[in-house]
Design a protein around this ligand. Structure first.
Ligand code: FES
Length: 230
C-alpha cells in the first residue's frame, strides 16, 4: 500500500472515541491484497458504485462474502467492542467522499449469509419492517440490525458483536479499491465448521482458499436470486 492509501485507511483512527481502560485492542488482521474488479474483470472505479446499493464480493476466502456499500455521505471512525471484549477503532469510510465501507456479510448471531439462492441479510436503504431507522444492515433470521455508518455496530437483535470489518485501501489516482485485511470479530472458523457440507457443494474444494489478486464485485440482486426483505 502506498503512503497515501495507508493514510487514507487509517485517518479515521484518530476520529474514533477513546477506548475503555480494561480493553485489549483487537488488531487489524492482514490478508492478501485483492483488487476489487467488476464483472468484466476490469478494476472497479469507486465512482461506479451506486450509493446505498448492496454489492457483494468474497474476501478473505473464496467462500466468505462481504458487503460493499457506498453510504453516500462521509463516514467517520468509530470505537467498537467484540463479543470477547476486544476493542478496536474502525477507521471509517474510504474513497473521495470517505463514504465507502465493507463488512463481512456473515451475521454475527448465527452466521446467516448471502448465497446464490437466497439472502436473509442485506443493507436497507429505507426502514425495514421492524427497523429502528433507515440505512441499516438487517438480518431477517432473528432481526439483528447493524449500523454500517458506525462500523456495523449492533443496534438491535440478538447479535453480540459488530459485523467484522473488511479493510479497504483507496487509490485516489486510479479511483480503485483494494481489500487487504479485517478488523474486529472474525467468525470464519465457525462459518466453515457450520457450513462445511453446504460450502463443499456450493463452492467446492476452493471454499477455504485465500482470495488472491482480485475479487469480483456484484450487485447483491445479481449475485443472489432471492434477496429477502422482511
Ligand atoms: S442469524 Fe442473523 S439475527 Fe440470527
Amino acid at each position: 500500500m502506498d503512503r497515501r492509501g495507508f493514510l487514507e485507511c487509517t485517518a479515521g483512527l484518530s476520529a474514533a472515541a477513546s477506548l475503555p481502560a480494561w480493553a485489549a485492542n483487537a488488531m487489524p488482521k492482514e490478508y492478501g491484497r485483492a483488487l476489487l474488479v467488476n464483472e468484466r474483470g476490469d478494476p472497479l472505479r469507486a465512482a461506479e458504485l451506486k450509493p446505498q446499493l448492496n454489492y457483494v464480493f468474497h474476501y478473505p476466502f473464496e467462500a466468505t462474502p462481504v458487503f460493499l456499500l457506498d453510504l453516500g455521505r462521509p463516514v467517520a471512525g468509530h470505537a467498537l467492542v467484540t463479543q470477547d471484549r476486544q476493542t478496536y477503532n474502525w477507521p471509517g469510510g474510504v474513497g473521495r467522499n470517505r463514504s465507502i465501507v465493507a463488512f463481512s456479510a456473515i451475521c454475527a448471531h448465527q452466521l446467516v449469509y448471502p448465497t446464490r439462492e437466497v439472502s436473509f441479510i442485506s443493507f436497507r436503504k429505507t426502514r425495514a419492517q421492524r427497523g429502528v431507522q433507515d440505512g441499516l444492515i438487517h438480518c431477517c433470521a432473528e432481526h439483528s440490525q447493524y449500523d454500517p455508518a458506525k462500523g456495523a455496530q449492533v443496534l438491535s437483535g440478538p447479535a453480540k458483536q459488530p459485523l467484522c470489518a473488511v479493510l479497504l485501501a483507496h487509490d485516489a489516482k486510479a479511483d480503485t479499491l483494494t481489500a487487504y485485511g479485517t478488523l474486529g470479530g472474525e467468525l470464519f472458523d465457525e462459518f466453515f465448521r457450520k457450513y462445511e457440507m453446504k460450502l463443499s457443494l456450493d463452492v467446492g474444494a476452493k471454499a477455504k482458499n485465500a482470495v488472491k489478486g482480485q475479487s469480483v464485485v456484484r450487485e447483491l440482486d445479481k449475485f443472489c436470486r432471492n434477496s429477502i426483505q422482511c
